[in-house]
Design a protein around this ligand. Sequence first.
Ligand SMILES: Cc1cc2nc3c(=O)[nH]c(=O)nc-3n(C[C@H](O)[C@H](O)[C@H](O)COP(=O)(O)O)c2cc1C
Length: 354
Amino acid sequence: MADMTEAWSIGGVEIPSRIVLAPMAGVSVQAFRRQGRRFGAGLVCSEMVSSCGLQHRNERTLGYLRIAADEHPLAVQIFGSDPGPMAEAAQMVVAAGADIVDINFGCPVRKVTKTGAGASALEDHELACALAGAVVDAVDVPVSVKMRRGLRNGSRTALELGPKLEARGVASLTLHPRSAQQMYTGTADHSLTAELVERVGIPVIASGDIGDRAGAQRVLDETGAAAVMVGRGAQGRPWALREMAGAGGPDADPAEVVSELIRFMREVEREMGERAVGFLRKFYGWYLRGTPGAKAIRGVLVTCATVAEAERALLEFCPEARPLVAVHEAELELLGDIDADSLLELPISIYGGG
Ligand SMILES: Cc1cc2nc3c(=O)[nH]c(=O)nc-3n(C[C@H](O)[C@H](O)[C@H](O)COP(=O)(O)O)c2cc1C
């Protein structure tokens, strides 16, 4: 049976567990990545950053990426459709501190695919290999690629593309075995992941519908993948990662949930300032689902004008969280100055996906 806490590696980068936190646009901010590391993820991934400021100048962005010293190993994901800017972006990403450069060949959003980037590269293997090759040649760190199975339902093109990417020097592949057309409907067909593992010699990461230890072990055992990636299952539920790592249960009591949420809110505010207020709204529901009285407090939280106001409302709702918040506070003090973070001057795309 697969051991979730066994170390493995991508290129020369050692990864201390078989749990990878998924890149998710609008979710995988620094606070989320740090939390993932604390709860057992061996590798965390950034949101998708645009390789081409010019090409995507009109794109609405979520700001810029911050990288802190305690996030490593970290993969930073880039997308684009032009090998030159992709190579340049990869160099910037490495200079900012990425241990692995990940290329997005999975984003199903039309704004991205119509430029030839994201999942549409799955249908143009020559372009896909040119993009991956340019990135591999530009940097000294390992390069990974994240794919969907193909654009259209039933497509198996990722299985053909995988070995070509390996031949071009890619060090690891992640497969989310849904088509781009499916978006997030239906189920991830991990029999394709097993086939991909058979066809390549590099580590494969299985992504899609994995949310608990039993499911993670089943996918590892049935596919031979090196690791599992967890996305939606970790939204507001870091305890799911802890359970997968065999280090505790999947559930937390209300005081634990509220104190962890408050820590997350403070870290997000540290990271994005005033923009934290709007950004955090979707997280309240994710954290508080299943907590008695959640509906009323969520209604209050989404109307708060500042993070401090939301924090006060949460502590009124659950005063038992106070001692745990004090513990988090002590840890946060150790996090160091935000100015010590490195900042990547490439825009984070709001159109992420994969
Ligand atoms: C809100 C959201 C944003 C996402 N953004 C990205 C992204 O920027 N890059 C990427 O490769 N995949 C992205 N994905 C796909 C996930 O990384 C993952 O492959 C997918 O959600 C399936 O895994 P899950 O069932 O564990 O969520 C995103 C998924 C969601 C739900």
